[in-house]
Design a protein around this ligand. Structure first.
Ligand SMILES: N[C@@H](CCC(=O)N[C@@H](CS)C(=O)NCC(=O)O)C(=O)O
Length: 345
């Protein structure tokens, strides 16, 4: 069920001085942010188990790129990254969990598409991983291009953009395939392993992750073809703009944190910095956090919780991690990638 749209009246528009610097004061919203604050924990939807993105160890502790994003949001709100309840969701049940309010936020390798926003009443708060879909085959199959896959038996997870792109790719190239679709990633991988299908298709990042689960990862190869754009990012309900903004600006804060050189280890130093942009980032001036309903130090707190974007990326996905995925497109705009966050001011 979709929540009713809440309209926020402009209760005050205060303009300061000749420079006409305007601060837009909104009434306290009885929305998700208040619910989260009152509950004392953020309910964050993550995947059920995807190396590098969200996984739970034997002690029940979660880790991963998507998990760290949830912790950064909790850090921004509570100054305590532990105030998150992780809710594992399959590809098929993730959107209903968000729409029904079971989770406040979806941080689960989810692709931004028009249908999901305009059709489901959701809003993507940004892109935190630029992915693309690929194919994995056993080395013994002797295929080195996706265009050689005519007649293949393909395993795919149901309820994903992956399934739709698969159909497009084979149709566009006049090739046939037999589809084996499963609701869970563990079942999809098992079917590939036991030979029910000879091709596994997923987002490239997920292929890197799933290959590590094979008894002999070196027996499988990821074909070089990338057949789609998969901009992955955090998602909220579309009816709560103030909450959407909180999540969106935490994402921007992590990217700006990298750009400014604010790291998990130097937040105390950053808080004492004399540089104007670092002072705004740390909440020493600008009063930016309050406009979001947060403490002015929200950006610094987010980095304190999880590290800046580069730290989160390298810890979970980067070339020195188990997955070994180069930054590529996910490099800052100033370093040859496409990550670009509006300024905190
Ligand atoms: N990005 C795609 C695929 C997302 C997805 O759920 N992918 C599957 C494999 S392709 C996955 O990550 N499963 C992990 C899990 O269910 O724990 C989408 O948003 O539809």
């Amino acid at each position: 069920m979709l929540h009713a749209v809440k309209l926020h009246a402009r209760s005050a528009l205060a303009c300061l001085g000749a420079a006409a610097l305007c601060a837009l004061a909104l009434p306290a919203a009885a929305g998700t942010l208040d619910t989260v604050k009152q509950r004392g924990t953020l309910q964050c939807g993550v995947s059920e188990g995807l190396y590098g993105f969200s996984e739970q160890n034997a002690q029940g502790q979660w880790s991963g790129f998507d998990v760290d994003f949830c912790r950064a949001v909790a850090g921004a709100i509570f100054d305590d990254p532990a105030k998150v309840t992780f809710v594992p969701l399959s590809a098929s049940n993730r959107f209903e969990a968000l729409r029904s309010g079971k989770v406040d936020l979806l941080s689960r390798n989810t692709t931004w598409t028009l249908e999901r926003e305009a059709g489901l009443g959701l809003a993507f708060a940004g892109i935190n991983f630029h992915d693309g879909q690929g194919f994995m085959v056993m080395r013994s199959l002797n295929k080195d291009s996706a265009l050689d896959l005519d007649g293949a038996k393909v395993c795919v997870e149901a309820g994903t953009t992956t399934q739709a792109n698969l159909a497009d790719f084979f149709r566009a190239n006049s090739m046939k395939y037999e589809e084996f679709a499963f609701p869970r990633s563990s079942e999809t991988l098992a079917a590939f392993q036991n030979g029910q299908c000879n091709v596994l298709t997923r987002d490239q990042s997920a292929l890197y992750a799933e290959r590590l689960r094979l008894p002999k990862p070196g027996d499988a190869i990821i074909l070089p073809d990338v057949i789609s754009k998969e901009p992955l990012g955090p998602v909220t309900r579309a009816d709560d703009f103030p909450w959407f903004n909180v999540v969106r600006w935490v994402n921007f804060a992590l990217i700006n944190g990298e750009e400014l050189g604010v790291t998990q280890a130097n937040t105390a130093e950053a808080a004492a910095s004399g540089k104007p942009d670092v002072r705004r980032f740390s909440g020493a001036e600008g009063g930016l956090g309050k406009m979001l309903g947060l403490d002015d130090a929200f950006a610094l707190r987010a980095v304190k919780a999880s590290g800046n974007y580069a730290e989160i990326y390298e810890r979970n996905l980067g070339v020195r991690s188990r997955l070994g995925i180069p930054r590529g497109l996910n490099q800052l705009w100033s370093m040859g990638g496409v990550l670009y966050a509006p300024p905190l001011r």
